[in-house]
Design a protein around this ligand. Sequence first.
Ligand code: SAH
Ligand code: SF4
Length: 369
Amino acid sequence: MKHNLLGMSLEELEAFFISIKEKSFRSKQVFQWIHQKGESDFHKMTNLSKDLQSKLSELCMIEAPEILYEKDSVDGTRKWVLSVGDGDLVEMVLIPEGKRATLCVSSQVGCAVDCSFCATGKQGFSRNLSTSEIIGQLWVAENSFGYPREHSDKKVTNIVMMGMGEPLLNFEAVTSAMKLMMHDKAYGLSKRKVTLSTSGLVPLIDKLSEVTDAALTISLHAPNDRLRDELVPINKKYPIDELLESVKRYVSKCGDKRKTTIEYILINQVNDSLENAEELSNLLRTLPCKINLIPFNPFPGSSYKRPSSMRVQTFKKKLQKEGYITTIRTTRGEDIMAACGQLVGKVNDRTRRKERSKKDPARIQTKSL
Ligand code: SAH
Ligand code: SF4
């Protein structure tokens, strides 16, 4: 089996080059070929000797997930369905907005957290993605702009770990991929342009603060535990007050006057009343944050409804009146089922059956806790 170099950190690549009796500085050249030029053919790495090109071709590969298909929305959003083997599929979405191009990256095949409003959660969990499968999504998206990359003026400018999966439940692979996203010899994105979104695994938020100071988004969705238990079942294990304390610790560790973003999905007649808005504003009073409201995106089989724009506006205005910077996330790519919560890919059926039998959120694997 050939070594896949795509998910290796620069240090791992250096160690690998030393192990095959090559000079370690070569690893930096290969690292840049992979991540800055998008090259996967060692024979095209022109600053390496012909001998080294052949040796690397024999021993290694640079392999990203395979594109099964891509679809463009009328609004310019592009969705890719990627195969990661064994019938498992994941989706990623590119959202262009003026000079920005935000890539929404998946971290797992399916998701075990099973939020009641989320299509990904409803399909069950199959497996974690590897570092190469996560960074491979960015690699594929960047290569889609044209090859060689320097001939294209387009770039992914922002990453959100908001595709399929709960990123903190795949801690090592996700944080390693985020380091590659931010590495100046790789994609060089700043810490404010790489965002991890989580349903709120408290000990892992603390652990995250030890390895990165990337932007953090919390999927709160409810102003009290009774409602949140219903919508985001992991809340039974990590209730709201513990969650917000861990977020405060994260933000204060980042220093730089950082604010976190609170995501709040608005579901008609479930969590979108004026009382809910008032309760939310009281709850967040001491947290440095802004609020992003996401009108519910429907998917087949869900009985929830999106509120009218009047209800959405009323909720927003209440929060603004209370002094919160509040935005409404415009829905993008709905016609190609690429909007938040509509990503399903495909979970291998065998594992899905197995996983759905252990739906109790307290049993979610938190190996690294
Ligand atoms: N698991 C992580 C990241 C992936 S979900 C998390 O939950 O934060 C990314 C975002 O999409 C979350 O804020 C999630 O709550 C939101 N989302 C999920 N289902 C949705 C739906 N049906 N409509 C709108 N947003 C949804
Ligand atoms: Fe998982 Fe996030 Fe969907 Fe909840 S919203 S089921 S945590 S992907």
